[in-house]
Design a protein. Sequence first.
Length: 476
Amino acid sequence: MGYFFYYFTKFADHFILVYSCLIFATYVILSTYSGLDIINYIRKNSFIDYRTILTAPTAPSISILAPAYNEEATIVDNIRSLLNIHYVNFEVIIINDGSKDKTLQLMIDAYDLEPVPYAFDQKIDCKPIRAVYKSRIPSLTKLTVVDKVNGGKADALNSGINVSKYDYFAAIDVDCVLEYEALLKMVKPFMEQTEEEKVIAVGGVVRIANSCKVQDGKIIEVNLPSDFLPRAQVLEYIRAFLMGRMAWSKLNGLILISGAFGMFDKKIAIDAGGYNHKTVGEDMELVIRMRRLMEEQRTKYKVVYLPDPLCWTEAPASYKILSRQRNRWTRGTAETLWFHKNLIFNPRYRFLGMISMPYWLIFEWLAPIIESLAFIYLIIMAFLGILNIELFITLFFVIYTFSIMYSTSAILFEELSYHQYKKKRDIFRLLLTALIEPLVIHPLTVYYAIRGNLDLLTGVSSWGDMQRKGFAKKKV
């Protein structure tokens, strides 16, 4: 027994050290790739006038799909935001997914809607559609509202795909605010695709809108969130989008496009089966299934991510709502990995099977589990009086220092690229947040992830009520 315990502790010590070093190494590699790609992207696009796309004969038409469930706080303003997008050939389809509040009635009153006969080809299964509404106002012909039986976000998006008229669709959270030229930038990779390499999906950077000033559905003044919790999420989003997904896009290994805003080739999405309503991670699962389809057809393709800030969303401002969000993210990741487990370490699927999927399994889903087990192990070692205190303190400060350096690098990325936060005090507050976040927010997100895995094991499948304050208090 003594030998077993000795070798077990040696294995555990070395495993924790090696796993930590591997995470550090992957973060450094990904951030380096991201930095190089952002520099190249800015250099290539600095002289582009996106307005030329408006008159380009090859500019595709876009269907914007926005599911809505109990969104009475923001629905009218956010529809106005979508209708004001700087593009020519597009339609806005709002899918009322059986809301129990006044969401549908507010849309009817604000935009003078009436039910109309509407023929469409149902290529993907979805819950029954009660009615399709169009506006009586001649200037609002781009707006379509679908009222359907509640089936969840994935089911609502599938019904929107069925109703949509155009070859490309943009899926967006209805509470988000899009930048003026968002569609122009998102559609550009599709216009640049070749017969040899098809673009199947495009994503863009999502930013935090808390404390920003919004007028008529537009961000007119960017402010750093005044509250600590949303401000910590600003750091997290910069790290995830600018220093993570940009690198995966460069490597053509991206398997996640944020459900807040992404654009897709509709035919490929339909051929892949549309959104999966059996998971709360429908955005990630669809991208993997589209990539899987292309791999099995041996068609050259890519999934593109843009570093431009294209979409602004309201981040959870309370720990209760944050816990629900992270719980759902964890369950969605686990469900998706399970659905596609036969891709993991499968050479048939090349980079997708050998790199992307294993990375998400080992360094995304397993990370909070391994971190929690390591913490429990250290507590037991301390209780038994055999914890190497010097090694523990050294490891803690190495991890803490790396976290601060990584967040500081993310702030530098932001400042050297799109410089959204103009005030010097905002940068100082971000740096201060970087010092506190690893000690406060990170342990909580690990705990929420563990709860998410436990809920998954016990059969919890709910989306979670994501109550939002709306942008009303931020208007000028």
